[in-house]
Design a protein around this ligand. Structure first.
Ligand code: RAM
Length: 507
């Protein structure tokens, strides 16, 4: 396992590719208030009270509070310039709450009851000893709104200016293709902002949470980036970091921590398999065959680690665990079978690029064997539906992944995607990650107009509910849905939602 010895050199090279972040200053646009509204998303509506330019002439005292809207979702540091009016003999105590969503800015964080740490929520209490001053908050926030509460002041306080010093590896959003409809241009720009705000030292999954590199998110970000910002060095850095964090068994992590030192985070077997697709996309975009050759053994190692999950019948274990697929209660057998075949085929493509023809052939043979087994044992030919696990469960994920893996020809894939619509209890996608794959399956099956309809309905649906970056979780029928038991912790600028960029330019 030679590649284990390469880990330190991969890390060194990744460090050299650290991007110089761009910084720009954005002033608050309006002073707003939140009102409870049954007809608004998450029951919260934003009403504009005044232009933010009027802020410097307003005076605030202990107990006062105001909310600013920056007019756009940003990632960066908040800067507050303030001056005392009248008595100035004590420190000033403020609480600020940075929020991505209207609901977040109005909620009481003390009632937070989610499964992830409360510390992800973006509020802070600060004591400012000397006034007047310009104060930069040390923590980086992902925000559109900022609530400022004056907890204790000697006299009155005026805020001369409140700005965000925004930061990301890119600043300017590329233009949308001219041929797109107005709504698709809007979707594209929101998707570009989502991707831009996640492009930091690495491709983060979400700049509010988890603020780190996940392989499944990286795969989609890299596809979108390849068609838009073309920041290949950030992709290379992210791939090298993933490879450098491989454990002693040769397992590529599902996520990594880069600070204070590189650490291997969680493991997810589907993400590890999809490493082949990430590397293949990168090599195809950059022709960097040298890196492809270095990483190829690691790509193949993920398959070796996965193979104990296969039975003699060529099927993935029917109760397989350890894969992500989607945030849904789901039997993952056939989805994982699809991911495995898809990943083998990506590695076979990569092998051809690298000139490893024999290896490519044997990867394809394995993929064909598993495709045959799936069709033989888990496909209801009459109903045109793929069944998963001991209970023959039917889910979108269980159809979509085998379709993307090329197990079925285009017309049959189309039949399958039509059949599942008439099955009342089929398990539906829960996240933009799974919706991305459903859209891709529609394109594969030649169902272009269905693909565009879904983009317009789902991603356009977020815009209709106020989004200017796309969310981690979106189910129009369940506005407080959260994989973490409390929607306050959801991320509203989430990498895996940025892929309309890719569809609009790739199809
Ligand atoms: C969450 C994040 C991330 C995703 C993993 C599986 O922590 O949303 O984007 O890849 O789950």
């Amino acid at each position: 396992m030679d590649y284990l010895n390469s880990r330190s050199s991969w890390l060194e090279r990744a460090n050299k590719l650290k991007p110089q972040l761009k910084h720009w200053t954005v002033s608050a646009k309006s002073i707003v208030k939140c009102i409870a509204s049954e007809s608004s998303w998450q029951k919260t509506e934003i009403k504009v009270l005044d232009s933010a330019a009027t802020l410097k002439s307003k005076l605030y005292k202990t107990g006062d509070c105001f909310i600013l809207d920056f007019g756009e979702s940003l990632v960066g540091h908040v800067r507050i310039k303030l001056r005392p009016e009248g008595r100035n003999d004590s420190p000033l105590r403020l609480r600020v709450t940075a929020a991505e969503m209207p609901y977040e800015v109005s909620a009481d964080f003390n009632k937070y009851n989610g499964s992830l740490s409360r510390s992800w929520l973006q509020d802070e209490v600060v004591n400012i000893d000397i006034l007047p001053c310009s104060y930069d908050f040390p923590r980086r926030y992902s925000l559109r709104y900022l609530k400022v509460e004056i907890l204790a002041a000697a006299g009155q306080i005026a805020f001369n200016e409140i700005t965000v010093i925004a930061e990301a590896a890119e600043e300017v959003l590329p233009e949308s293709p001219a041929r797109l409809s107005e709504i698709n241009k809007k979707i594209d720009q929101v998707a570009l902002r989502t991707l831009r705000n996640c492009m930091q030292d690495v491709f983060e999954d979400g700049p509010k949470r988890d603020r780190r590199l996940w392989l499944g998110d990286l795969r989609l970000q890299a596809k979108a980036n390849m068609q838009s910002f073309c920041q290949h060095e950030l992709v290379e850095r992210s791939i090298l970091l993933m490879a450098a964090a491989t454990d002693d068994d040769g397992r590529v992590p599902a996520c990594i921590y880069t600070e204070p030192d590189l650490r291997h985070g969680n493991d997810l077997i589907d993400y590890a398999l999809l490493f082949s697709d990430v590397v293949d996309d990168y090599v195809s975009a950059t022709s960097n065959l040298k890196l492809g050759k270095e990483l190829f053994p690691l790509v193949c190692r993920q398959f070796e680690l996965f193979r104990p999950n296969l039975g003699d019948d060529g099927l993935v274990d029917e109760e397989i665990t350890g894969g992500f697929i989607d945030w849904a209660q789901l039997n993952k057998q056939t989805a994982m079978q699809g991911v495995y075949i898809y990943s083998l085929k990506a590695a076979a493509r990569l092998a051809v690029r690298l000139g490893f023809i024999d290896i490519s052939d044997s990867l394809k043979t394995e993929a064909d064997k598993l495709s045959f087994a799936l069709k033989e044992h888990k496909y209801d030919k009459r109903k045109k539906i793929i069944l998963s696990g001991p209970e023959n469960e039917i889910s979108y994920a269980g159809q979509v992944w085998p379709i993307l893996a090329g197990v079925f020809p285009e017309d049959e894939a189309c039949d399958i995607l039509n059949s599942i619509e008439s099955i009342p209890n089929a398990i539906v996608p829960q996240t933009p990650y799974m919706y991305h794959h459903l859209v891709e399956a529609y394109f594969y099956a030649g169902m272009e107009s269905r693909a565009y309809d879904l983009i317009e309905r789902y991603w356009g649906g977020m815009i209709a509910r106020g989004a200017d970056t796309f969310w981690e979780v979106f189910n129009p029928a369940d506005e407080f849905l959260s994989p973490y038991r409390d929607a306050l912790i959801n991320s509203a600028c989430h990498a895996w939602s940025c892929t309309p960029i890719y569809f609009f330019r790739n199809q």
